[in-house]
Design a protein around this ligand. Structure first.
Ligand SMILES: Cc1cc2nc3c(=O)[nH]c(=O)nc-3n(C[C@H](O)[C@H](O)[C@H](O)COP(=O)(O)OP(=O)(O)OC[C@H]3O[C@@H](n4cnc5c(N)ncnc54)[C@H](O)[C@@H]3O)c2cc1C
Length: 317
């Protein structure tokens, strides 16, 4: 069976959920081989990758890879493609990995598909395009398919693989080392789950009314162990930080449950959340377009509905 290379996403040595999703997908296509780049590799990381089906774990954690941005990773993947002739290369559809995918595609003269939400037999990929308005099926017809898959599009299944570790030494070109990481700043992170990985997301929009009133959204999120998101209207108004914006120009989320409060449901917002399994909308306007998409809707003032909801959730705990 052909190898499927899976570029590992990790934060401080912790394998991100999207990588487990990619390994799950890869298992349906061939033999998954995880590719670890950068610092933080550990036996625990290897075990986690193996638990989710990685037959091999290629490790490239030299300073040449760890201290530079995307270009060395593209060179590494090009070398692995040349050495292993995989059936496909899977990466997460994150900003960084998509850039790596594009650079790799140029290097190995292959086609690349982005924003993929599923892959079927024969490497037929389902892509969500035009801001999520249309789903199409596409196939790479040239070279080794490079596929960038959206986080949260695939349910994770743990099936053990051998997880055989293989160190990869690579001489990175000077050109690829032109951009060097000079400082790392730790992103402020509270106790809430990471937005793109959360299984429940509570988002607030212009209807929330003010930065102060976002505390009501946070309280609802905390009562559910959820992440907080926001519409662009709310982030542009400075009510909530931009890193929490959901939508076409923000983050894409695909949780089990998405609660949209005071959000009208503009196409650009939908693009970032419409694949959520269950959508609940709270909006005072019964004609708000979000209700066309919602599985459950509450017509009412969020300032009255949300506190009652928090109370009911507390009672059921
Ligand atoms: C190129 C481009 C990219 C964009 N990218 C994004 C993106 O990534 N993400 C994004 O979100 N938007 C994006 N937008 C903006 C998008 O078009 C909308 O303007 C935006 O999503 C509106 O945000 P909203 O729903 O919070 O505000 P509004 O559209 O103003 O809706 C507010 C809603 O709150 C309801 N409401 C008001 N008060 C209450 C209350 N007390 N209780 C209950 N409900 C109440 C109203 O009935 C209304 O439905 C983009 C736009 C463009 C042009």
């Amino acid at each position: 069976m052909s190898e499927i290379l899976v570029l590992v996403e990790h934060v401080e040595g912790q394998v991100k959920k999207v990588t487990l999703e990619l390994l799950t997908l890869a298992r349906g296509l061939g033999e998954p081989s995880a590719v670890w780049t950068g610092a933080g590799y550990s036996p625990e990381a290897r075990a986690r990758l193996a638990e989710h089906g990685a037959e091999k774990v290629y490790v490239a954690d030299s300073a040449d890879i760890a201290d530079h941005v995307v270009a060395p990773k593209a060179e590494l993947l090009a070398r692995l493609v040349a050495d292993t002739s995989p059936a496909a290369v899977l990466v997460a559809a994150t900003a960084e990995a998509k850039e790596i995918a594009a650079r790799l595609a140029i290097k190995i003269d292959s086609g690349v598909l982005t924003d993929v939400v599923g892959i079927q037999d024969g490497l037929l990929a389902e892509q969500s395009i035009f801001g999520g308005g249309v789903n199409v099926r596409s196939r790479v017809t040239k070279g080794t398919p490079i596929v960038a898959v959206r986080p949260n599009a695939t349910p994770v299944e743990a099936v053990a693989g051998a997880g055989a570790e293989e160190r990869v030494e690579i001489t990175v070109s000077d050109a690829a080392k032109a951009a060097r990481i000079v400082e790392r700043v730790k992103e402020e992170k509270g106790a809430r789950p990471e937005l793109t990985e959360a299984s429940v997301v509570v988002s607030g929009g212009r209807g929330v009314g003010s930065a102060e009133n976002f505390s009501i959204i946070e309280r609802l999120a905390d009562s559910l162990g959820a992440a907080v998101g926001a519409s662009r209207a709310a982030t542009d108004a400075g009510w909530y930080p931009h890193q929490f914006q959901v939508g076409q120009t923000g983050k894409t989320v695909s949780p089990q449950l998405y609660i949209a409060t005071g959000i009208s449901g503009a196409i650009q917002h939908r693009a970032g959340m419409q694949t959520a399994k269950t959508i609940v909308a709270i909006n005072k306007d019964p004609e708000a377009p979000i209700f066309e998409l919602a599985d459950f809707g509450v017509v009412g003032d969020l300032n009255q509905v949300v506190p009652q909801l928090i109370e009911e959730i507390a009672k059921r705990k």
